[in-house]
Design a protein around this ligand. Sequence first.
Ligand code: CA
Ligand code: CA
Length: 293
Amino acid sequence: MIQLTKETRTYFFSPNNPPAVKVDPGTVVVFETLDALDDQIHSDEDIASKVDLNHVNAITGPVYINGAEPGDTLVAEILDIRPWNWGAALIIPGFGLLQDTLPGPYTKVFQIAQDGSMRFGDKVVLPSKPMIGTIGVAPNEDITTLTSGPYGGNLDTTDICPGSKLFLPIFVKGALFGVGDVHATMGDGEVCGTGVECGADVTIRINLLKDLPISRPRIETSTEIMSVASAEDLITAIKMALEDMVNWLHKEKGLSKEEAYVLASMAGDVRIGQVVDPAVTVRVVIPKAIFTA
Ligand code: CA
Ligand code: CA
């Protein structure tokens, strides 16, 4: 097992980032991640304008995977996420869906209990639902960790959580994989712009598939398969994820494209990752239980 600390961090997915470590496929790596606000928010009085916006959404890494080549697929098997014992949710002026009517600023710092739950005032308790907001490999150019694309990035997708496998297309030698922006909990949509932003220890087994080229991220959970896409608008993103799912079912389940399209409509769900980042993220979800072979 390899451990990376939060000192090994970057704010770009980039082919030019020097590797933090080189590992063989199959290695388990524990990433100590910083919260998305770079550990700059500690009390309800700390508002977003205090944050140095050049240092947000850090990812820990990158990890160079020996033998990884462009065209291969990286498999990130998420084994565990252990958040710090505190986190924060914010309304950041100029960010979030209701920025015109509820511009903020607003900050709420949460204590995260042993069982992962969070008390919100005296009427609400939030259950533990840790997930990874930002995860990806290096694209062919420098891209800020604030956005997302075929390489992954700021996907803010609640199914990127313990028990899931995330599949990512590889663009550069070694893949240069990084992880950050953990949320102790987040709802689909991430409508105000944050979940409970926290640092964490994230344990991931990293593997390689040499024979499964994919064009965009995929997720497999114990019960579902998902195609993930990001674009400037929701409809474009949904079309991209849907086309990926149709092709996936066509190639791997032997359905015609028409059958796959109809199946996605009958049994699939379109779920929203987030609608607040520079590119919005969606996924098309198919339950595994419907397949008899
Ligand atoms: Ca995020
Ligand atoms: Ca976040």
